[in-house]
Ligand binder design. Structure first.
Ligand code: FES
Ligand code: FES
Length: 177
């Protein structure tokens, strides 16, 4: 089947098998290896991306289901050499150790903050409960998400205005294969 999907601001048109998972398409066809596979059973959240602005576990979505949609991966967040505020907050708060969970955790955190711009600690913990981290104990992850919320708050400066832009790609060309 042929699908057309915009990923991190670039539009691709590709033939895929109906059984191809979105995460397989992203990694193996497009080379978006920043999106990782931790379990393949919809448990760990490491594969989380945004599909039309909402987080999904890309191991539980078929590539054909993304036809006509806009996908944002961890690789599409930074703009003009500047990390997304959530990426920077993870860095500044040492919210990772091995880093395997981090791409999915950040994508989930951005979706969480789109729903609740100033979440309490418990709300952060509930918002990321579908994303597993085997290293950090979550404390610094929660701190990072709350720090990012403060930085992204309206009126917090130019970074605040990058929030929605960072999850919205722009079409910059069509790739066919
Ligand atoms: S690889 Fe998708 S949830 Fe674990
Ligand atoms: S930092 Fe290692 S799994 Fe989260």
């Amino acid at each position: 089947m042929r699908i057309t999907v915009t990923v991190d601001g670039t539009t691709y048109s590709d033939e895929v098998e109906p059984r191809t998972l979105l995460v397989q398409y992203l990694r193996e066809r497009l080379g978006k290896v920043g999106t990782v596979v931790g379990c393949d059973t919809s448990n760990c959240g490491a594969c989380t991306v945004h599909l039309d602005g909402h987080s999904v576990k890309s191991c539980s979505v078929l590539a054909v289901q993304a036809d006509g949609c806009e996908v944002t991966t961890i690789e599409g967040l930074a703009r003009d050499g500047q990390l997304h505020p959530v990426q920077r907050a993870f860095h500044d708060n040492h919210a990772l150790q091995c880093g395997f969970c981090t791409p999915g955790m950040i994508m989930q955190a951005i979706d969480l903050l789109a729903e609740d711009s100033d979440p309490e600690e418990q709300a952060v913990r509930e918002g990321i409960e579908g994303n597993l981290c085997r290293c950090t104990g979550y404390q610094n992850i929660v701190r990072a998400v709350r720090d990012a919320a403060h930085e992204m708050r309206p009126g917090a400066g130019p970074e605040a205005e990058r929030v929605s832009e960072a999850t919205m790609g722009t079409q910059a060309g069509v790739h066919r294969s």
